[in-house]
Design a protein around this ligand. Structure first.
Ligand code: TRP
Length: 339
């Protein structure tokens, strides 16, 4: 077998620019990207085309959030010198590969994707399901393979995308005289999904239970004060429950002193530790985390020209990279490559 891709690892990850990023993104992926950028070459895709798949009639929302997300990335410490940040709609190879892959994936296969199935139901699309939305996993497979990424840091809801990508890799490679596309695997975050501040399973903008990376001191205070704890824990002296107690879930995710959190948990379970005190501890740690991010973000978003220049530079580099894959696939399929 001819070696078509290098053996060294390469990361692709990304976000739909549907709004500002929040604490859920921070624990689930942003924090990990900051660490990973020192270890592997890393591309980060602002997936505006994917964002449009369920916002077709609200393009201004997606367009507006491209630079908001860019500012979020830089504010948390993603370094454009070490990570290449690029824009999906600026990379024609991704759209072309999507067109090619669509012919080797059946409609019934995309309809079986559990994440897409769930989303279709949640969004209540029924007969008004946009065709682009149904096939977004195919476009995501194009993203991943165009970069030759083998490691994809994503949340567990994205596992089906990885699985589907690998099926496409297998099928497409079998049609080519020698394999071009690389198989990939998910890099799951060590911390599970962060619940919303109201205790619901997911932190999501549409549920109004998020804390964005630009949350003010007052917003953080309010969110922590209203946070769901153990409804049975009425008096300080009562034994309290830690499981399902959002304050402790957040302490686990954000507090650097795990021993202290463990001691607090024991104390809380025995009785004698009040909710207020736990919330104070959490608030202090969230204020300390978000204050510098918020300040950096404020400076960054005030210079949209600079953000756009950085995104352009990253997209140029990504364009070269993804174009190479497209050309290899086209050649392998016997399509004339004109330019
Ligand atoms: N589907 C991802 C999300 O909703 C965004 C995304 C698009 C992505 N293309 C990608 C993630 C490629 C990883 C790799 O967050």
């Amino acid at each position: 077998m001819t070696q078509t891709t290098s053996n060294s690892h390469l990361i692709l990850t990304g976000d739909r620019p549907t709004g500002q990023l929040h604490l859920g993104h921070y624990v689930g992926s942003l924090r990990q990207r900051v660490t990973l950028q020192d270890r592997y070459p890393q591309y980060i895709l602002i997936a505006d085309l994917q964002g449009l798949t369920d916002n077709g009639s609200r393009p201004e929302k997606i367009a507006h959030n491209v630079l908001e997300v860019m500012a979020d990335y830089l504010a948390v410490g993603i370094d454009p010198q070490r990570s290449t940040i690029c824009l999906q709609s600026a990379l024609p190879a991704l759209a072309e590969l999507t067109m090619l892959y669509m012919n080797i994936v059946t409609v019934s296969r995309v309809e079986r994707n559990p994440t897409v199935k769930n989303e279709i139901q949640q969004k209540g699309f029924a007969r008004s399901l946009p065709a682009g939305f149904l096939v977004y996993p195919i476009s995501q497979a194009a993203d991943i393979t165009a970069f030759g990424a083998d490691l994809v840091p994503v949340g567990d809801d994205q596992q089906p995308m990885i699985e589907q990508t690998n099926e496409i890799v297998h099928k497409m490679n079998s049609l080519l005289p020698e394999p071009v596309l690389r198989h990939c695997q998910a890099l799951l975050s060590p911390v599970g999904r962060l619940p919303g501040v109201d205790g619901s399973a997911k932190m999501s903008k549409s549920l109004g239970n998020t804390l964005t990376l630009s949350a003010t001191e007052e917003e953080i205070h309010k969110a922590v004060s209203a946070m769901y704890t153990d409804p049975q824990h009425l008096r300080i002296s009562d034994p309290g429950k830690v499981e399902g107690n959002v304050v402790f879930t957040y302490l686990d995710a954000f507090h650097h002193d795990t021993e202290k959190v463990a001691a607090m948990k024991t104390h809380y379970q025995q009785g004698g530790l009040g909710d207020r005190q736990c919330k104070n501890e959490l608030e202090e740690c969230l204020q300390a985390l978000l204050a510098p991010i918020r300040e950096r973000r404020k400076t960054l978003i005030a210079d949209k020209g600079m953000l756009l220049e950085l995104l352009k530079a990253g997209s140029e580099k990504a364009h070269q990279k993804t174009q190479q894959t497209l050309v290899k696939v086209k050649r392998g399929l016997g399509l004339p490559v004109m330019f």
